[in-house]
Write a protein that binds this ligand. Structure first.
Ligand code: AMP
Length: 482
């Protein structure tokens, strides 16, 4: 039977932006979303409030296409706005899933945008539908709105907290009401959220690069478990959740966040360079040239080259007019996508022993094609170095990773992967090496400092929706980890 809540494809990658106290709120939010485009390329939306009314515009496609015209921005007046960029895995993005979601609740209008993924949304949804809630979308995010609508708590903020206390999973949320913009991070702070300021206006957004684009100053990270309220009197901080050890997603540093962003007080670019340097210390190989897989492998390759003394060269050129490989839905097209996207720079490769550096291997499609291309361009040896440990487990907290079976590292060990992608040698940074690069002594086995579930399978937040019999095998272990 197919029902809306059989939708188990709730994994989304997203970016959020909220601004309060700016006469051009929607225009600034559109720019902010443009800077966050790497976090989601499938759809985008904005909701603004002008003191009397809410206004919304959402569409599928890129921010630049959706919000480029003055006419569209002109239809979003007001001093406050929130926005969202979305990337969902399934390909069947339907307009009603495009965020921000909006509802008229009994205390007024309420718009909500979410980066992350709730891991008990299906269960909650079933319960809410049985009690009479009428869902408009298939997103996990809508559960929060229904929990708020049916809550006994007094004010809006109390209702929001009460709703969030019932959820499990990862969330960085921005919300818009008729009096404020709200930003909230889940108690573990899995996804990023930062505060900024531009003159008298305040901003809450996924990454600092969205502040830079509008000339706003970075103020600080919203802390794990913190709720911030941006209103006419400034920024107010609330601590509604019990305090727990933060577990920021380490993969944001490896791949997902933009290198020019500061997240959790750390430059993503510098972190990537240190990861590359550590990778070189751990798995040096004699070679003539270090070549990044562009763009995401570049900072790690620079770190690798500096540490090893092997010269860095741009040996692969990326065509920037093709989207990320993952956007294309079918496997055959994904293969084609990689060819469309990269070309070998033969003059830097021919006759050389090459170290290729990439941030991660997911399905192995990119690496296989790139290695073939580099060999065809005349490399005498190809050594692959990966700035992440093997990605052997799916993410359930908001990074779009394929099913576990499709992850190359879930099926093959490092030697097997090396044969599969046809390299002379393959090495991944170790988990402890990754933590060292992040400034730790190593990974604290008792209570890891980051969420690293995609490498370890240790999921720090319960995965209630996936504990049923139809769930992937690895998930049966999870109850005890919650
Ligand atoms: P694959 O070809 O499936 O092995 O994908 C690996 C490449 O995809 C890496 O070079 C990364 O730059 C990129 N990548 C890693 N994780 C993701 C993700 N969650 N979404 C989109 N691209 C990703």
């Amino acid at each position: 039977m197919t029902t809306p809540f059989d939708d188990d494809k709730l994994h989304e990658e997203c970016g959020v932006f909220g601004i309060y106290g700016d006469d051009d709120a929607a225009a600034r939010a559109a720019l902010g979303l443009h800077a966050l485009q790497h976090r989601g390329q499938e759809a985008a939306g904005l909701v603004s409030f002008d003191g009397e009314q809410f206004h919304a515009h959402r569409d599928q496609g890129l921010v630049g296409d959706i919000f480029s015209s003055e006419e569209v921005i002109g239809r979003l007046p007001g001093h406050a706005a929130i926005g969202h960029v979305r990337y969902s895995t399934t390909g069947d993005t339907i307009m009603r899933n495009v965020q921000p979601l909006f509802a008229e609740l009994n205390f007024g209008g309420f718009a909500l945008a979410h980066n992350g993924n709730l891991t008990n949304a299906r269960g909650l949804r079933r319960e809410l539908v049985q009690r009479g809630s009428l869902f408009q979308s298939t997103t996990d995010t809508e559960v929060i709105i229904h929990l708020m609508a049916t809550s006994d708590a007094g004010g809006l903020l109390d209702r929001m907290v009460a709703a969030l206390l019932r959820t499990e999973g990862a969330y960085s949320l921005v919300a818009l009401t008729d009096s404020c913009v709200i930003g909230v991070r889940d108690p573990l702070g899995v996804r990023p959220l930062v505060l900024g300021r531009l003159g008298g206006s305040h901003i809450v957004t996924s990454e600092s690069c969205a502040l830079d684009i509008i000339g706003a100053d970075f103020v600080r990270d919203v802390e794990a478990g913190e709720m911030v309220v941006l209103d006419a009197s400034g920024v107010h901080s609330l601590r509604p959740f019990p305090s727990v050890q933060r577990r920021f997603c380490i993969f944001e540093y490896i791949y997902f966040a933009r290198p020019d962003s500061l997240v959790e007080g750390e430059s993503v670019y510098k972190a990537r360079k240190r990861i590359g340097a550590e990778l070189s210390r751990e798995s040096h190989v004699d070679a003539d040239v270090v070549i990044p897989v562009p763009d995401s492998g570049v900072p790690a390759a620079i770190g690798y080259s500096e540490q090893s003394g092997i010269p860095f060269e741009v040996g692969i050129v990326r065509n920037h007019y093709v989207g990320r490989t993952f956007i294309e839905p079918a496997q055959q097209i994904r293969h084609l996508g990689v060819k469309l996207k990269h070309n070998a720079n033969r003059s830097m490769i021919e006759g050389k022993r090459v170290v290729l550096v990439d941030d991660s291997i997911v399905r192995g499609t990119t690496s296989t094609k790139i290695v073939e291309m580099v060999r065809a361009a005349g490399a005498t040896e190809v050594h692959m170095r990966i700035a992440a440990p093997p990605t052997a487990h799916s993410c359930f907290y908001g990074i779009d990773t394929p099913q576990r079976e499709e992850l190359l590292a879930s099926a093959l060990d490092v030697d097997g992967m090396a044969r599969h992608i046809d390299v002379d040698s393959l090495a991944f940074i170790s988990l402890d090496g990754l933590y060292r690069a992040m400034g730790e002594d190593g990974r604290n086995a008792e209570l890891p400092q980051y969420c690293d579930a995609c490498f370890t399978g240790e999921y720090p937040i319960r995965l209630s929706d996936f504990e049923d019999s139809d769930a992937p095998a690895q998930l049966s272990l999870l109850a005890e980890l919650a």
